[in-house]
Each structure stands twice: as structure tokens, then as C-alpha cells.
Design a protein around this ligand. Sequence first.
Ligand code: ATP
Ligand code: MG
Length: 328
Amino acid sequence: MKTVFSGVQPSGTPTIGNYLGAIKHFVDLQKDYRSFFCIVNQHAITVPQNKQELQHNTRSLAALYIASGLDPEKATIFIQSEVPAHAQLGWMLQCIAYIGELERMTQFKDKAEGRSGVPGALLTYPPLMAADILLYGTDIVPVGEDQKQHLELTRTLAERFNQQYNDIFTVPETKIAGSGARIMSLQNPEKKMSKSDSNQKAFISMLDGEKTIMKKMKSAVTDSGREIRYDPESKPGVSNLLTIYAISKNISIKEAEQKLSSESYGSLKEETGAAVADILVPLQERHAELMNSSELDDILDKGAETARQASSKMLAKAERAMGLERKK
Ligand code: ATP
Ligand code: MG
């Protein structure tokens, strides 16, 4: 059975971008793959986080994974910092990564921009991400479009390690979703939607209530003209809404276009808001139930245990390959 690994940072509440571009696909993949889905809290601290918020968001993200349909009987759901092998292998992969290739990462450039003190870990984020993936002998990594560059670097680091030390790592394939892979900001459709955006109106979070969803949709930036047509070049705002509508309804963008082409921008926003609420509202009930349950802790304890066992073999192999194992 092939292995899938992916993660989301508890750097805020996941958005519909995270859901449509990543989490929704995790749920589909768990049936056919040995599955590991991680809450990558060590990635989240590469930018400053409030301690209480980070703890809350970590638990909340775990509950959202399950509320979205991840099944702890099928998938291992765990918190990154509870499995020390991630940071250990992350350090080793930092040792073989070049500063030049890390500086070329667009996420580094975007997140470093405008900061007075740029944390070193923003630069060394990709080797930790490579470690997350390589520890489990991962075959495929489902991610949104923005993570493609990091996945290419993961492949490069795996190949470099295999060549320089020992051929131990599986070189993983990137699996990018079709149309949901790049959901754009509601306030600036030239920019991707992000949960850490300081403008709350730019995203719909998975925990926004129906009223908030409708309000945020209403204030979404559209384009000049009145025509509803999928054309990301000249109509990025409308195209983004059509994309959200189509995936939420499980129909193609062509079908969404046909259905809505005679409507006004106002009703496009309303229909899209309603389609999103139809998905999120039921899921939020399950989330609330899990947040205050010991069931969630049991799942995370078991997940951490399984992940610790599964990752320990690869860590030992990597240490042996690099000469970190003591010679007796
Ligand atoms: P942050 O702003 O803190 O980086 P984020 O919204 O980018 O948060 P991540 O935790 O970095 O979320 O990414 C989790 C997963 O969601 C990744 O697979 C990423 O590619 C995917 N993803 C993030 N944003 C989008 C988006 N706008 N559309 C589709 N997929 C996305
Ligand atoms: Mg991100």
C-alpha cells in the first residue's frame, strides 16, 4: 500500500482555500493509502505566535480534520512536536540544503518581506517540511499549488541524501488538486487566500458562521463589467468565486459558468456563499462536539504513538547513513 503524508499549520483557523486545496483531498485519499496527516505546529512558530492561540488553533485544527471526514481508524492524525523525529531529521536535512536554494523559495521571500527581524527558521522551513514527508517513506503529498516549490526541494534533498550517504529515502510525488489548488483572496484576487492574512475579510475560515460567510462574500472584490465568465486573466475576482462555487457543488467550472452566466454579480456572491455554508455549517457542529471531548485527546495520543513508531526506523537509518550512530 502506498503512503500519503500532508500537513496544515495551526497558524490560524483553516480557510476554504485550505479545505478545497488540501483537507478535502486528504479525506478522499485515506481510503486507498497508508495515511499520515499532521498538524505542523513547528512550522507555525517560524513566525511569532501567541502561545494560547497556538494551543487553541492546534486542537481546533485536529478537530477540523476529523469533522471534515478524516477517520482515525484509517489515517494517523498527529501533532508534529509530539514526534521528535521530525525536528531531528529536519536538522540533518538542513545540513545538506544550500542557502542559495532556500533563499530562492517564494514563501520565504513573501513571509520575510517587510519584517524587521527575519527568523532563521523561515529560511530553514523547507528542510523541516522535507523531513516530515521523508520520515514515512511517503509516495504522494497532496498540497495546494503554493507548495509545489517546496515539494520540488524535498525531492532534491531526498535525491541528494540518497546519493551522498545511502539510498534510503523514497522520492515523493507532488499531488496538486485540479481546480481548488489555488483559491484567491476575496479582497485581492491576485493573491492567494491565506489563513494568516491580517485582513479578516480576505478569507472565509472553516469556522465562520453562515452570516459571516454571506457578509464576507458580499464584500468580495469582483471585476469591472457585469459578465459572469471564467477568465482568471481579465476576471480574477469572478473566476475565483466561480471556482469556489463549482468545487463546493462538486460540478465542473464549465457547468458553474452555464448555471450562473445570466445572473448578476450580487447573486453570484449569494449563491457562492450559500454553497460554502452548506459544506461548513454541518462540519462546525461536529467540530464543537470534538473540541470539548476526551475523544480528541485519545485520537491525538494514539496518532502520536503510531507516528513515533513509524518514523523511528527511518530516523535511525538516516543517522546511521550520516555517521551519527555511535561506533562501539
Ligand atoms: P499561512 O498563511 O499561515 O501560510 P496557509 O493558508 O497558507 O497559512 P498552510 O498551512 O501554509 O496554509 O497550508 C496548508 C495546505 O493548504 C497546503 O497544502 C497549502 O498548499 C494549501 N493551501 C494554502 N492556501 C491555499 C489556497 N489559497 N488555495 C488552495 N490551497 C491552499
Ligand atoms: Mg502557507
